[in-house]
Design a protein around this ligand. Structure first.
Ligand SMILES: [Zn+2]
Length: 227
């Protein structure tokens, strides 16, 4: 996720999962362009490559729901908190090149950018990251228009998802320094917050993230510690 406004997950009641998914994706895409100006791909012809990517994304999604300890754990804890997430609310779709996934609080849906995963591990981290946002929304009534709230959820999502595990940072070409995990979490949270149009500039993002960092970084719920 990178910014939004709205209520909680688990409200999807549509019968037809295919059209439900695509209309949820449409809505998310419109919302995301408005909110973040990210410029998601619009009017992309459905190419065979894209169809193949989406089919692979769906397959990996199901595999991760069944086999990934972190995804299973998050889904369990969402359900325990009253927000059961059906598989159809995890939507594989086309996106532009700049993002791997997003969370749509209005639909209670997570968007997975089918063509932008370089491995199943990357997809696993993305799902875990967005599920932390969903969990925060379910459990703590996040006000996504409040920068402090969003900063806190970004800190937790980056810390708990594995986005900042040593190997993930090495893959990005960021090499080890003391406190690498914390610095990675801080850097990525600032980046996400700065991308929110409600945030005037990067300096503000840095200030807000720093203000809430300690308490939010320490809060590892529903994990006992950083996964
Ligand atoms: Zn995020």
């Amino acid at each position: 996720m990178d910014s939004e406004s709205g209520p909680k997950p688990s409200a999807s009641t549509s019968q037809n999962s295919t059209s439900d998914s695509s209309s949820a994706f449409e809505r998310w895409r419109n919302w995301a362009s408005e909110m973040t100006g990210v410029g998601l791909t619009t009017g992309v012809p459905s190419t065979s490559r894209q169809a193949r990517d989406i089919a692979r994304c769906e397959k990996n999604k199901q595999w991760l729901i069944d086999n990934s300890p972190v995804v299973t754990f998050m889904l369990q804890h969402l359900a325990l908190s009253g927000c059961r997430v059906p598989a159809r609310n995890l939507i594989c779709g086309p996106c532009n090149q700049t993002r791997a996934g997003g969370y749509d609080p209005e639909r209670g849906a997570i968007i997975l950018c089918a063509s932008n995963f370089y491995s199943r591990r990357h997809m696993e981290r993305t799902m875990a990251h967005e599920l932390v946002h969903m969990y925060d929304d379910c459990k703590f009534n996040v006000d996504w228009s409040n920068l402090r709230h969003q900063a806190c959820s970004e800190i937790r999502a980056n810390s708990l998802s594995g986005d900042c595990r040593y190997a993930s940072e090495l893959a990005r070409g960021v090499f080890g320094v003391a406190g690498q995990h914390q610095e990675c979490v801080r850097r990525r949270a600032i980046g996400s917050l700065a991308a929110n149009p409600l945030c005037p500039n990067e300096e503000t993002a840095r200030k807000v993230v720093n203000e809430v960092f300690e308490s939010c970084f320490k809060d590892t719920r529903p994990f006992d510690e950083v996964y």
